[in-house]
Each structure stands twice: as structure tokens, then as C-alpha cells.
Write a new protein. Structure first.
Length: 125
């Protein structure tokens, strides 16, 4: 979502930073997390925290994960909504409601039904 925006704002330097960051930060993190999980019979992070740091830390990590999921969800809704609100005359609240409606529809219906029915309208815009 933000890669093309950063590329438009900062040019090729952002592309290099994204590629290098993904290789040296994201790939290493994903590999190590996967290996630790495999060595512990597929346990996920809260289970690992509980195993190595105690039951209290397991609950702390679970709470932290919920907080981070809420923050990521907030950013993935408000950032595109703010961009669309600046580009159009629609209100920010209306765009946020439309994004949440899309998320709800995409969750309840099979994704091919959502894409097949809605996306042609985006092409007409």
C-alpha cells in the first residue's frame, strides 16, 4: 500500500530502501521466526513467550498482538481514506464507512463474488 506512495514521493531511493529493507529485515525476521516455531512443534509467538518467559508474558504478548492488529487495521483504513478524501470531495467519514463495508462484504462473501461484482465499477471511475 505504502510502497508506491513512497516511490512517488521520494523516487528511486525509496525503491532501493524497500528492497534492501525487505531482504535484510523482513526475510531474516520471517526465517528466524519460522525456524524457532518449527523447532518448537509449530508454536506461535505467545506460546513461545509462555514457554520461555512464563504465563504472564504469554498474556502480555497476546495483548500486545491484539493492540498491534488494531493499529495496523486503523492505518490500513485511515490512510487510504485520507488519500481519497484529499483527492475527492467526499467526506472522510463516508470513505471510512465504505472501506469498512467493503471489508465486511469481502469477509462474508467469497472473494471472487466481491471482485467480480465491484471491481468493474472502479475501472469506470
Amino acid at each position: 500500500i505504502f510502497g508506491p506512495i513512497l516511490g512517488a514521493l521520494y523516487g528511486p531511493v525509496a525503491f532501493v530502501w524497500i528492497v534492501i529493507g525487505c531482504i535484510f529485515a523482513g526475510a531474516v525476521h520471517d526465517y528466524l521466526t519460522g525456524m524457532i516455531s518449527i523447532r518448537n512443534h509449530g508454536a506461535h509467538l505467545p506460546q513461545l513467550a509462555g514457554k520461555f518467559l512464563g504465563k504472564t508474558m504469554k498474556h502480555v504478548v497476546n495483548g500486545f498482538a491484539i493492540l498491534l492488529l488494531l493499529l495496523v487495521g486503523t492505518v490500513f483504513v485511515t490512510s487510504p481514506a485520507a488519500l481519497l478524501a484529499n483527492m475527492t470531495s467526499l467526506s472522510l467519514t463516508l470513505i471510512i464507512l465504505a472501506i469498512f463495508a467493503y471489508y465486511l462484504i469481502a469477509t462474508l462473501l467469497p472473494i471472487d463474488k466481491v471482485i467480480g461484482r465491484i471491481y468493474p465499477y472502479f475501472g469506470a471511475l
